[in-house]
Design a protein around this ligand. Structure first.
Ligand code: S3P
Length: 182
């Protein structure tokens, strides 16, 4: 496990990382520990659109999904009260999202090896990008493609491979800088 302190961002805490990183479970656990509100970007998107992520990809393609994701991210990061936000794995693909996260959130990268991620996502049901091929291969490729963006965005990095959700949440909660801390 490694944790780097590159300095805090804005009022919110955002968890980033690839599919299978544990962003949703860890986000809920961190929010509970710090008595903060937890929001999950995919849940916000599907609530706003009235469609699952899979249906959004089918009907509007990935770029349509990214438009919805970008709008939902802007909404949530405009909240005044701090939240713990579990993002979707591709949220950093768009520059405005990267800029907004850097301004409005302390960003934590939940990092894991592709083989760990593949174990966690199983057959990838519900995740359209993993349906395009073998999930392990897709995750290996996405690790290479997206690693630099996660690295650049992260205020902290937690290597989660051998950790439970509670252990990761303890690590993240302990690292929170003001004003995210309660
Ligand atoms: C995606 C990750 C998914 C979801 C969508 C696209 C990605 O979220 O936003 O399927 O591009 O990596 P999780 O990372 O929560 O699975």
């Amino acid at each position: 496990m490694a944790i780097d302190h590159d300095g805090p961002g804005g009022p919110h805490l955002a968890l980033v990382g690839l599919m299978g990183a544990g962003k949703s479970d860890v986000g809920a656990a961190v929010a509970q520990r710090r008595n903060l509100r937890h929001l999950d970007l995919d849940v916000l998107v599907t609530g706003r659109e009235g469609r699952s992520v899979g249906v959004l990809f089918e009907e509007q393609g990935e770029s349509g999904f990214r438009d919805c994701e970008q709008a939902a991210l802007a909404d949530v990061l405009s909240l005044v009260q701090p939240v713990v936000l579990s993002t979707g794995g591709g949220v950093l693909e768009r520059r405005p999202n990267r800029e907004l996260l850097s301004e409005r959130a302390t960003v934590i990268w939940l990092r894991a090896r592709p083989e760990t991620l593949a174990d966690r996502v199983g057959d990838g049901i519900g995740r359209p990008l993993l349906q395009a091929g073998n999930p392990a291969e897709v995750l290996t490729e996405l690790s290479s493609l997206r690693g630099p963006d996660y690295e650049a965005a992260a205020d902290h990095v937690v290597d989660t491979d051998d950790m439970t959700v509670d252990e990761v949440a303890d690590t993240v909660a302990a690292a929170l800088p003001d004003p995210v801390t309660t």
